[in-house]
Design a protein around this ligand. Structure first.
Ligand code: FES
Ligand code: FE2
Length: 340
């Protein structure tokens, strides 16, 4: 079997036909080219008059980095010899030759097929995406305060991270210092709801109370927590946690930028309905997520392989793992559809 049919790492070619976050929307400033790395390739993201475009970060002329250029008269101008590119990638000016001469078609840039702002992030699809952008209902809900964490670089694969955020069996081991409790070892039966391109699971289990989950020193209250997990390929995880006893909801969006084979940039946003909309409250709220994420990160960074196998025989799967097994099936479908 071909290597790429077995392992899904951050540079798998099928990922070119998917949406990926590459920056926070505010990082893509009007008129300021931004270099981003995705799937081991560099892109130059440009916003002109509010519109986004993603150029390959390699000028067709002498392969200079286009993100070292500038925006001039509504075009991207290469910093080396001043070739200018329209937002659709067409080369519209070559200063060193007479304007009466034609511009060779090879001077045009091969653009990413789509780039959009969504959920406060810039999303890029190098090739036509098979699956739509993920949804996070709380993002524009006035009852929820958006608490974005700083972009967070992990030495791990994006699929491994999505797998980890969907994993129901690790809480009482990896997260005992934060929200996990030993009573939660056995994963109760749960239904897997599969739709064409996504999977969702509702799951109730015991954890520490939200208010006891940080810096716990001995005493804590155990509560029953109702979770909803939704996976949208290739790597988005949405979790809705209803702390019914505490009257609080925590929704989490985990969006992953597969930077290169060994690096993933995580854009994680917490949505809370129980805090004030102030900078201090937002920072305080995300401390819990940072502490939990640090536990996951330390473990994943110790993994030797920065990929997940798409062949079930490479891992052990039990009933408790049906959600992450379904995630693998969805990814297999994506890989097979793109390879057709
Ligand atoms: S390398 Fe870009 S214009 Fe020459
Ligand atoms: Fe975890």
């Amino acid at each position: 079997m071909e290597k790429e049919t077995v392992w899904l790492d951050n540079e798998h070619p099928a990922l070119r036909n998917c949406w990926h976050p590459v920056a926070r929307s505010e990082e893509a400033k009007e008129g300021v080219p931004l270099q981003v790395e995705l799937l081991g390739e560099f892109w130059c993201v440009v916003r002109i008059n509010g519109e986004l475009a993603a150029f390959p970060d390699t000028c067709p002329h002498r392969l200079a980095s286009l993100s070292a250029g500038s925006v001039v008269d509504g075009t991207l101008q290469c910093g080396y010899h001043g070739y200018r590119y329209a937002m659709d990638g067409t080369c519209v000016r070559i200063p060193a030759q007479s304007p009466s001469l034609p511009i060779p078609p090879r001077a045009n840039c091969q653009m990413a097929v789509d780039i959009q702002d969504h959920l406060g992030l810039v999303w890029l699809a190098p090739e036509p995406p098979l699956v739509g952008l993920p949804e996070v209902p709380e993002h524009n809900d006035p009852n929820f305060v958006n608490c974005p964490l700083e972009p967070w670089e992990w030495n791990a694969g994006a699929a491994q991270m999505a797998d980890n955020f969907l994993d129901l069996a690790h809480f009482p081991f990896l997260h005992l210092e934060t929200f996990g409790v030993t009573d939660d070892e056995q994963v109760a039966d749960y239904e897997v709801e599969r739709s064409e391109h996504s999977v969702r699971v509702q799951y109730s289990h015991t954890t520490k109370a939200l208010s006891d989950s940080m810096g716990v020193d001995g005493e804590f209250t155990s509560i029953e927590r109702n979770d909803l997990f939704v996976f949208t390929p290739p790597h988005h995880v949405y979790i809705y946690i209803d702390y019914a006893d505490e009257g609080a909801v925590l929704a989490i969006s985990f969006a992953h930028q597969p930077v290169n084979a060994s690096t993933t940039r995580l854009f994680c946003t917490n949505y809370r309905n129980d805090i004030e909309d102030t900078a201090d409250a937002r920072i305080e709220a995300t401390k819990f997520q940072l502490a939990v994420g640090a536990e996951d990160k330390a473990l994943l960074e110790r993994c030797h392989v920065k990929a997940i196998p798409l062949d079930q025989r490479y891992e052990v799967h039990t009933k408790a793992d049906r959600l992450t097994l379904e995630m693998r099936r969805i990814l297999i479908d994506v890989v097979q559809t793109v390879s057709k």
